[in-house]
Design a protein around this ligand. Structure first.
Ligand code: RRO
Length: 310
């Protein structure tokens, strides 16, 4: 990331759930440690911020250490992660991280996860009332300890969680869908009917890697989540299916590494896109992808609308 006085061209501004964004390229939650990046790159990061909105790493009510190492495995076209939600908890986030995130030059989305509906509602209420927070993202890729079901794998569980959160906060609510559901479009419709303002997808696909010497799990947490180019075709299909089913905006992600990929997700019906794994390789990927996307649309390079591809 080198200083450059000329800001790069970006795709046009948009309204996402009542929040003005200068363009449609977000980051995927947990894929860009903006506080560490600010330490590494200084204020150049703010001057040339790679994303049009920033999504925080998921936080939980209580602090968590995360999973034991190893936490990553590289696949031929992607990554398997098993990070396990290390975070400072609600109080630590509000005291230590939120003031830093509030300095970013783009709207802030805070990602929250709870192991029960009560926990989720408390978190969403406390975070949603902070004026620094433009939107909430509900990460439902976790088990509800009361029912044993992964919230986002089941439409009824998702609806109950979204209803509880909706009752706590008027802050725009994005529900982050898991691809590990029988029918992600049914989950998206349930989220919409329960009051979600937008959905984002996909989170990672379940995967494992084995230790070649022991035959046991390589990752300290056991299983993990696959991301990167390996899952792009699957993500694109799910985004198209969800966008065809709901009326609320869809934020599409899964292996986006170029403006062409981003344009595909927009053509499949997404209103905005998010860059995840590619940012590990290149922290300025968000800027490059936004610029490529803007150039493509200037050239009229948008693919056909979603209705013709589903
Ligand atoms: O922290 C993680 O291991 C993690 C989370 Br919360 C998530 O939503 N998706 C993922 O791939 N990893």
């Amino acid at each position: 990331m080198t200083p450059d006085p000329t800001p790069p061209a970006r795709q046009g501004a948009l309204d996402l759930c009542g929040v003005s964004l200068r363009g449609p390229v977000l980051n995927g939650s947990g894929t860009f440690d903006v506080i560490a990046a600010r330490r590494a790159f200084g204020d150049v990061l703010l001057e040339r911020f790679p994303f049009d909105a920033f999504v925080s790493k998921t936080i939980t009510l209580a602090p968590r250490q995360g999973n034991p190492p190893p936490r990553l495995w590289e696949t031929p076209a992607g990554l398997i992660n098993s990070i396990g939600l290390p975070n400072k908890g609600l109080d630590g986030f509000l005291e230590l991280d939120l003031p830093r995130l509030a300095e970013l030059p783009v709207p802030l989305v805070v990602s929250v996860m709870g192991f029960s509906r009560d926990e989720l509602a408390r978190l969403a209420g406390a975070v949603g009332e902070r004026e620094e927070v433009a939107m909430l993202e509900l990460n439902v890729s976790c088990p509800n300890v009361e029912t044993g079901l992964v919230m986002g794998a089941d439409p009824a569980e998702t609806a109950l969680a979204v209803e509880r959160v909706r009752a706590q906060t008027d802050t725009p609510l994005i529900v982050k869908l898991t691809p590990n559901a029988t029918d992600p479009a049914a989950v998206a419709a349930a989220a919409q009917d329960a009051g979600a303002d937008a959905v984002s997808l996909v989170n990672t696909l379940k995967g494992i890697a084995l230790n070649p010497e022991t035959g046991g799990a390589w990752l300290g947490g056991g299983g993990g989540g696959v991301s990167g180019p390996a899952i792009r075709a699957i993500a694109l299909e799910q985004v198209a299916a969800v966008a065809a089913r709901v009326e609320i905006p869809v934020i599409g992600m899964g292996g986006i590494a170029s403006g062409r990929h981003a344009a595909d997700f927009l053509a499949a019906g997404a209103t905005a896109v998010a860059v995840g794994t590619e940012s590990f390789r290149d922290p300025a990927a968000g800027t490059r992808i936004a610029t490529e996307l803007a150039e493509l649309s200037l050239r009229g390079g948008q693919p056909a609308p979603a209705s013709t591809v589903v």
